[in-house]
Write a protein that binds this ligand. Structure first.
Ligand SMILES: Cc1ncc(COP(=O)(O)O)c(C=O)c1O
Length: 402
């Protein structure tokens, strides 16, 4: 693709470490006078070359745009994939992934997963003839038992949302490969900083880039990252045509913002994880708290598998207060620093009464609070949690933040 500056924009070598690639893969000035910050191409159309348009030229922003192509190259590089496709939201990426399938095909999904995916399948895809089952992905034998002759896709999300159950990506992706199913891992909670499913044998990784990759709660986006060889070559072609024809693409400015966010991804996520480990330990010892769901804690049911596939235990924690829904609701509305809000992965710590955000009949316990640790000092986060827990009726430090 030729843009004025891309002639001189040579890509850093692949042997560079991901922290370095996050900074230089998408844009790196070479010629004197080139800007250090990446340029932004808001134009929806590009002038044709003299000889007429070829597949290599920029033409129309729904099809491709320099900002999107830089973002996709960076995402593929960080994930260790051959291709990446950027979308206007995580759910647009989910929809594109499901478009690989035909009516009558069957998908296996985790029984604990982001509720939006469950709702999309149930409310939209069932009408198009897609068959599906939700199974306990922590039990590979349950996955085998739920498979049918028409199973074509295995959907994983680990740690699961909101219960932080861990499923074995290596084992399940291996099973999918033996059976000829496409394995997809929603890696939104982990990011490539923590877990790289393609290295563990998965075919495709999905992101809501709205979360940690964007990281500042100011840009919506989604992405698919794929291996290139074998059957995935054909799937990439299909996915790219869904992206371009259906047009759920991110704007050039959203791509620019996302690429800017990726520069700090490694520092952000690692710092958030270290804060989360600190807070999870404190929560586990608090008298007003029952169960704490966090794979970094000793005794977590998925700890061993987590140690084998995650570099860090993540920055998401779910915990159950002693008491009922009302007690949990009182806690989330009593914070002074932590923002009561849905979503996750931002630099500000947020929490929510998860059951309220989910669908009618959800199995999420009513006393569960889902906490997304940000970049505030962990001691300040803890002081806030401690005083808010006092609102559930158990002892806490109500004075500390007044
Ligand atoms: C794990 C996970 N996957 C996918 C999505 C959907 O992403 P978006 O809201 O960007 O469409 C979300 C959103 O919360 C999510 O948490």
């Amino acid at each position: 693709m030729s843009t004025p500056e891309s002639q001189s924009n040579s890509k850093p070598h692949k042997v560079l470490r991901p922290e370095t690639r996050a900074l230089h893969e998408g844009w790196h000035p070479e010629a004197p006078g080139e800007p250090v910050a990446a340029t932004w191409y808001p134009s929806t159309v590009f002038r044709h070359p003299e000889q007429g348009l070829s597949a290599d030229e920029w033409s129309y922003t729904r099809l491709d745009n320099p900002n999107r192509s830089r973002l996709e190259a960076t995402l593929a590089s960080l994930e260790g994939g051959d291709h990446a496709l950027a979308f206007s939201s995580g759910m647009a990426a989910v929809q594109a992934a499901l478009h690989i399938l035909d009516p009558g095909d069957h998908v296996l999904l985790p029984d604990d997963l982001y509720h939006g995916v469950r709702n999309l399948i149930r409310d939209q895809y069932a009408r198009w003839g897609l068959a599906f089952d939700f199974v306990d992905m922590t039990r590979p034998e349950a996955v085998e038992a739920a498979a049918t002759a028409r199973t074509r896709m295995l959907w994983l999300e680990t740690p699961s949302n909101p219960m932080l159950r861990i499923s074995d990506i290596r084992k399940l992706a291996g099973l999918a490969s033996e059976r000829g199913w496409i394995s997809v891992v929603d890696n939104t909670w982990c990011t490539p900083v923590i877990q790289r499913p393609l290295e563990l044998g998965a075919d495709m990784v999905l992101y809501s880039t709205t979360k940690y990759l964007g990281g500042h709660s100011d840009v919506l986006g989604g992405a698919l990252v794929l291996r290139g060889g074998g059957h995935m070559r054909e799937h990439f072609g299909r996915l790219q045509s869904v992206q371009r024809q259906a047009g759920a693409v991110p704007s050039p400015f959203d791509c620019w913002l996302m690429l800017r966010s990726l520069k700090t991804l490694y520092v952000r996520v690692r710092t958030q994880c270290s804060g989360a480990a600190h807070i999870a330990g404190k929560l586990a010892a608090h008298p007003a708290v029952g169960k704490v769901h966090y794979p970094g804690l000793p005794g977590h049911s998925g700890r061993e598998i987590a140690d084998g596939q995650m570099d860090l235990p993540g920055a998401m924690i779910s915990f159950e207060v002693k008491g009922d829904d009302a007690a949990a609701l009182r806690v989330v509305s009593s914070s002074r620093i932590i923002i009561p809000a849905t979503s996750l992965g931002g630099v500000e710590t947020t929490w929510e009464h998860r059951k309220t955000s989910e669908y009618e009949g959800t199995a999420t316990p009513g006393n569960l609070i889902r906490l997304s640790i940000g970049l505030e000092h962990p001691d300040d986060i803890w002081l806030d949690i401690d005083q808010a827990l006092a609102a559930s009726g158990e002892a806490g430090n109500t004075e500390a933040l007044r």
